[in-house]
Write a protein that binds this ligand. Structure first.
Ligand code: NAP
Ligand code: ZN
Ligand code: ZN
Length: 346
């Protein structure tokens, strides 16, 4: 057991504070990671603030982890001391169910073990990446390819895979019209990836404030959803829409923007329901779907894809004492486009 520095929330209503947490001893299949950077995902805020249900506190969030291997267990074969590695939203799964065997551990029938706030195999509650070190079983540790700096790579471990997986699953590519709702952490990854896959990309943002950024990131078109005309102009346009918005939207209005057989895939995870009219779907054989992160194999594929295409997150690196301010800015959609904690400041 070792005690390491971290930041934690003590309740759903208090600010996060500096603290220390315990990490388990390095077992035969474990990797000890010296965390260098941890991204701030909107899911951290939803979780800490109890949007998705009661949590066990103190809670150290963080599931966009990038660092260096500091120690390995006696049976570890995949990683070596000094390797550049990452950890995303899961630290384990049952490995036996049909979904785990398909490499879709995020959909483990026994429930994947989340990087924080989840019941671990040893009966403890997992604690996340706003910390100096973490111990993770080797199969859930990703390799960060050369050419991707650790700070810009950190957000790929959640934001990057959450958009890559549905873009691949629903076939974003040449000749396909893809729209991305919300240009935040996830949205700015979706734009870059869909563009690199060859799709024609449109951003649907609340305003035109970030238009220049959106076009620079690879969007072909940019529209403000505050303008009613956007919905009439774009009716029937998109094969695929990825909704990254953290709040409830009028899904029916967006379903009208799909082509025949188009799909609107929700990755945003507001606590509120997203009501859908049957007629929004049946009048165009449309689908309304959801997607959660991606499996370990696909996460490695995504990291390699991003390195190959020179894609990283656009980040604002912050010291630990700015975490609470960063939360407020994320909630105000004032993020360009991911806050990343420099864990040396813990
Ligand atoms: P984020 O950086 O805050 O981005 C969300 C974006 O949504 C904002 O930048 C804003 O974009 C837009 N938005 C926010 N509030 C809005 C509102 N009331 N109406 C319309 N648009 C609004 O958050 P994120 O880290 O990308 O996460 C987005 C969501 O995905 C969160 O709910 C998070 O929990 C969820 N998530 C899901 C998965 C998964 O596996 N499915 C994984 C990670 C995160 P504009 O300013 O451009 O409008
Ligand atoms: Zn996340
Ligand atoms: Zn499983």
């Amino acid at each position: 057991m070792q005690t390491v520095k971290a930041y934690a929330a003590l309740s759903a209503t208090e600010a996060l504070i500096p603290t220390s947490i315990e990490r388990r001893p390095v077992g035969p299949h474990d990797v000890l990671i010296d965390i260098r950077f941890a991204g701030i995902c909107h899911s951290d805020i939803h979780t800490v603030r109890g949007d998705w249900g009661a949590q066990s506190y103190p809670l150290t969030p963080g599931h966009e982890i990038a660092g260096i291997v500091a120690e390995i267990g006696s049976a570890v074969t995949i990683h070596a001391v000094g390797d550049r590695v990452g950890v995303g939203c899961m630290v384990n799964s049952c490995r036996e169910c049909i979904n785990c065997r398909k490499g879709e551990e995020q959909y483990c029938l026994a429930g994947n073990i989340g990087t924080y706030g989840a019941l671990d195999v040893d009966g403890t509650i997992t604690q996340g990446g706003y910390a100096t070190h973490v111990v993770v079983t080797e199969d859930f540790v990703l390799s960060i390819p050369e050419g991707l700096e650790l700070d810009v790579a950190a957000p790929l471990l959640c934001a990057g895979i959450t958009t890559y997986s549905p873009l691949r699953h629903w076939g974003a590519g040449q000749g396909r019209n893809v729209a991305v709702i919300g240009l935040g952490g996830l949205g700015h990854m979706a734009v870059q990836q869909a563009h690199a896959m060859g799709a024609t990309v449109t951003v649907l943002s609340q305003s035109l404030k970030k238009q220049e950024d959106g076009l620079r990131l690879g969007a072909d078109h940019y529209y403000a959803t505050s303008d009613e005309k956007t919905f009439s102009d774009l009716a029937g346009s998109f094969d695929l829409i990825i909704n990254t918005v953290s709040a409830a939207l009028d899904i029916n209005a967006y379903l009208q923007l799909l082509t025949l057989d188009g799909a609107l895939v929700n990755v945003g995870a507001p606590a509120e329901p997203l009501p859908v009219q049957a007629f929004s779907l049946i009048t165009g054989r449309r689908s309304f779907a959801g997607s959660m992160i991606g499996g370990i194999r696909e996460t490695q594929e995504m990291l390699n894809f991003c390195a190959e295409h020179g894609i990283g997150a656009e980040i604002e690196v912050i010291p630990a004492d700015k975490i609470n301010d960063a939360y407020e800015r994320v909630l105000a959609s004032d993020v360009r486009y991911r806050f990343v904690i420099d864990t040396s400041t813990l």
